[in-house]
Structures are given as structure tokens and as C-alpha cells.
Write a protein that binds this ligand. Structure first.
Ligand SMILES: [Cu+2]
Length: 48
């Protein structure tokens, strides 16, 4: 498991964040704000 933390971003705005991975692959990403994961805030980050 790899953990990264990003500041909460207000709705309608965006931020750019850089992560460095040691291995290519598919990583599950989730939002840990209460209730957000259950509401579907999750996805797959593909690193190539
Ligand atoms: Cu969220």
C-alpha cells in the first residue's frame, strides 16, 4: 500500500499534484473524506 495525502479541494476548482512511483501498475485511489468513498469517489490510477 502506498499512501499519499492531498489537501481538500473546493468544488469547481482543481489542483496539480506530482507523485513518484517506483513501479508501473494500476493503483486504486480513494477519497477518505467521510462518506465520499461510499458515494463513489474512487478510481484506478494507471502508472506507466
Ligand atoms: Cu471526496
Amino acid at each position: 500500500m502506498i499512501l499519499f495525502e492531498v489537501e481538500a479541494t473546493p468544488a469547481g476548482t482543481s489542483v496539480t499534484q506530482t507523485f513518484t512511483f517506483e513501479k508501473a501498475g494500476r493503483y486504486q485511489i480513494i477519497c477518505t473524506m467521510p462518506g465520499h468513498f461510499a458515494a463513489g469517489m474512487k478510481g484506478i490510477l494507471t502508472v506507466s
